[in-house]
Design a protein around this ligand. Structure first.
Ligand code: NAI
Length: 300
């Protein structure tokens, strides 16, 4: 059985003061990692700030015999992202893995969604992931080693009423992570996306009490810890974790309907064939899809 340990490894977990991030940080600490516990200590909608959330998690890691430092910066600025990565380098000399987990919600039906509500969510999730990933990636490239676990959501991948801002940000994270995985490949940098389901202050009202009891944060943590570890050889994938069920989520295409002279009427007549996802094919980059199109044109 593979041993998933973090001796001499430094892991940054953003938004680690509560919920899922806290559970990840505690487990990294137990497994020997130096942990940077980032959290700006705000409410679910991103308002407010404070040091207590991050400090308490650092204390708990230390009480368990681990190493950790707190960082209170917001992920949502370039300076914040740089400061989080610098905390790791200054305190522990390196960054080996980053879990981009910090998040907020500003739910509103699409017709009523304000620009401010849209921007606030994009700033924390999508831009925040960019701001932390970029300085970490540069450092990892030089070291020839790195792991990213970037947190998306089923709401982004599949859709959920009232979450247009959040879904757009979370799908943006999928795109960002695809490129980090492709560009990081030759430097032994692996980048994967997690779509979790767990009862936290963010989801307790949505799940309700009985259903919520099935979805424990500790049941998401094993996958995150694996993806952030040296044992992880997987990259460029999306994983679902919730209630003890773990599964890859794929973005697929298929052989399709081929007609180089197609008219709108041909499309209408063949929309069922075009829309099927039977015999799905999973391109791992843009060039793969060109290959699939060429094969379809050749009738393969
Ligand atoms: P949570 O609200 O318990 O934890 C999020 C943490 O992020 C909080 O401690 C908060 O202070 C911190 N944070 C917010 N803005 C920040 C910023 N600008 N800089 C630094 N820290 C910041 O929520 P939960 O449920 O633990 O969510 C963690 C991640 O998982 C989020 O990205 C969320 O979108 C995602 N997620 C959670 C799901 C769930 O079922 N709980 C479902 C799908 C995705």
């Amino acid at each position: 059985m593979a041993n998933v340990t973090f001796e001499n490894k430094t892991v940054i977990v953003t938004g680690a003061g509560n919920g899922l991030g806290k559970s990840y940080a505690l487990e990294f600490g137990k497994r020997g990692a130096n942990v940077v516990v980032n959290d700006l200590g705000g409410a679910v909608d991103g308002s407010g700030s404070g040091n207590t959330a991050a400090d308490e998690v650092v204390d708990e890691i230390k009480n368990n015999g681990g190493n950790a430092v707190a960082n209170y910066d917001s992920v949502s600025s370039k300076e914040g992202g740089e400061s989080i990565v610098n905390s790791a380098i200054e305190s522990f000399g390196a960054v080996h893995a980053v879990v981009n987990n910090a998040g907020i919600l500003r739910d509103k039906s699409f017709a009523k969604l304000s620009e401010e509500e849209f921007n606030a969510v994009i700033d924390v999730h999508l831009k925040g992931t960019f701001f932390v990933c970029q300085p970490a990636f540069t450092h990892m490239k030089d070291n020839g080693y790195g792991r990213f676990v970037n947190v998306a959501s089923p709401s982004g991948l599949f859709g959920n009423f009232g979450q247009a801002n959040y879904a757009a940000a979370k799908m943006g994270i999928v795109g960002l992570t695809n490129i980090i995985a492709i560009e990081g490949e030759k430097y032994n940098i692996k980048a994967n996306v997690l779509a979790p389901n767990a009862t936290t202050r963010m989801t307790e009202d949505i799940f309700g009490e009985d259903f919520g009891k099935l979805f424990k944060v500790e049941q998401v943590t094993p996958l995150v810890v694996y993806l952030a570890s040296e044992a992880c050889d997987t990259t460029h994938q999306i994983f679902s974790a919730g209630a003890g069920r773990y599964a890859r989520i794929g973005i697929n295409t298929h052989k399709g309907y081929v007609n180089p002279e197609a008219t709108p009427e041909d499309i209408s007549d063949n929309i069922e064939t075009i829309s099927t996802i039977e015999d799905g094919i999973y391109p791992m980059n843009n060039a793969d899809e060109f290959g699939i199109i060429q094969q379809a044109l050749q009738g393969d």
